[in-house]
Design a protein around this ligand. Structure first.
Ligand code: FES
Length: 112
């Protein structure tokens, strides 16, 4: 596990991008829970955000890819609309304790 950020840095309904060991990842807080994924759209393998740290759609209830507007469930990473519907973002192991948010980075960056 690697330390990502203090809990207060990731507000409810917000998203944050990070680079860990050369891998792009991001985290979202929803309903108090933190979810973390690789920052890679399953459609073209490109980063998702439209501006730094902006990974969510305007309603902040779905993750959105900036390139072709695919929408993903925050809780599971499943694509529910767009060219990669039915595919998933790569979920990363994370947990939160009284120090902050921790994440296990992906072991490899192999392309599918
Ligand atoms: S690259 Fe993400 S929807 Fe096409």
């Amino acid at each position: 596990m690697k330390f990502l950020c203090p809990s207060a840095t990731l507000a409810e309904g917000a998203s944050l991008g990070f680079e860990q060991d050369g891998a792009r990842v991001f985290a979202v807080r929803r309903g108090g829970q933190v979810y973390a994924y690789k920052n890679r759209c399953p459609h073209r393998g490109v980063p998702l955000e439209w501006q730094p740290n902006q990974f969510l759609d305007p309603s902040a209830s779905l993750i959105q890819c900036a390139t072709h507007a695919a929408l993903f469930l925050i809780e599971t990473g499943e694509c529910v609309a767009g060219p990669c519907a039915g595919q998933f973002l790569t979920a990363l192991d994370c947990h939160e304790d009284n120090q902050g948010i921790w994440m296990t980075p992906e072991e490899s960056e192999d392309d599918v």
